[in-house]
Design a binder for this molecule. Structure first.
Ligand code: ZN
Ligand code: ZN
Length: 339
């Protein structure tokens, strides 16, 4: 079990008082509250090492991977690229694989491109999280397992979009790992540092969330939408009070980018449940949902204490990546949704 260092967040509005009847649609979520630290191999954490048997092959990704390239150009060529004409742009697109533009800094000018690279031996996946059911109240594990391990490849792949890098889930029984590896093998390629999680310890906290307004009965949903339409800039509404930001297990998906998308199991065609949300930031507008214990912090990207509380994991993938799972089908299929 984790040492219980409570982080207590308060929703910015009392939604049950504002919208009687909404309590029937409440769902719990567990905010993980990751904070930079030194996680143990055996515990629950983000980043860090997983409980992984020495004899079990570490999962790899064969690619191909999209690797960003930067080709330095001499000053006389850089001058020509300041205002490139159509012919120059055509030439760049023909000669630079995946031409993506020109960047000039004090260090000089580079032409940006993308190469497609395969790894014959496979590039080891990176641990994203290890979560024990005993630590995370909303983590439901398949029968016979009590820990979830999440891994991914820290690279862009042709065809990844729009669901983000593919995630691998491993469900285990923690007590069955008696000879754990000490450290994960390093990935051979890392095309995006934003896909490498900073090791974090967790402070799980169970909270209550409510569905996106379009997932509620019509009358209730419209009442909520009308209320939010009256909110002035900077005022909290149902939108900001009904779901917490940050890394969390369970709860209700936010559908602010698209209307709700049915996340049905490809095998049994039943609706899948929201398992895990990866969110780059842990607090909402104006510091909403910031834990009480950290409420003295003022938003500032040059304050290391604020950064550790607001962007602890260093993982950035869209606004948020959600992993849905079907726990009924024997192979626990998943679907990803990137907003
Ligand atoms: Zn890969
Ligand atoms: Zn299913």
């Amino acid at each position: 079990m984790l040492p219980r260092v409570p982080l207590t967040s308060l929703p910015p509005l009392d939604l049950v008082r504002l919208f009687p009847g909404i309590e029937a649609y409440a769902r719990t979520a567990t905010r993980l509250h990751p904070r930079p630290g030194v996680p143990s191999v055996s515990g629950s954490h983000v980043g860090g090492m997983l409980l992984w048997p020495q004899h079990e092959p570490w999962p790899t990704c064969p690619g191909p991977h999209l690797i960003r390239t930067e080709i330095p150009v001499p000053p006389q060529v850089a001058a020509m690229l300041m205002m490139p004409g159509p012919e120059t742009l055509v030439a760049l697109e023909q000669q630079v694989p995946g031409f993506a533009g020109v960047r000039t800094t004090e260090a000089g000018t580079v032409v940006l491109g993308t190469e497609v690279v395969s790894e014959p031996a496979g590039s080891p996946l990176v641990p994203l999280a290890q979560l024990h059911a005993a630590d995370v109240p909303d983590l439901r594990c398949p029968a016979g397992t009590d820990v979830l391990q999440v891994l991914w490849c820290p690279n862009e792949h042709p065809g990844d979009s729009p669901t983000g890098p593919p995630v691998l889930l491993k469900w285990r029984t923690a007590s069955s790992v008696v000879d754990p590896l000490d450290a994960p093998p390093a990935p051979l390629v890392v095309s995006d540092e934003d896909y490498l999680p900073r090791p974090c310890v967790l402070h799980p906290e169970q909270i209550t969330e409510y569905p996106w307004w379009r997932e509620l009965p019509d009358e209730l949903g419209r009442r909520i939408r009308a209320f939010d339409d009256t909110r002035r800039f900077g005022e909290h509404g149902y939108y900001s009070a009904s779901r917490a930001p940050g890394w969390k297990v369970g709860g209700c998906p936010n559908w602010e980018v698209s209307d709700p998308i049915p996340m049905d199991c490809p095998h049994c065609h039943q609706s899948m449940e929201l398992l895990l949300t990866l969110d780059p930031t842990e607090s909402g507008a104006g510091g909403a949902w910031l834990p009480v214990e950290e409420s003295h912090l003022q938003p500032s990207h040059i304050d290391p204490e604020w950064k550790a509380a607001h962007e602890p994991t260093g993982v950035s993938v869209g606004r948020r990546l959600r992993i849905f799972v079907c726990l009924t089908c024997p192979d626990t299929p998943i679907r990803q949704n990137l907003q």
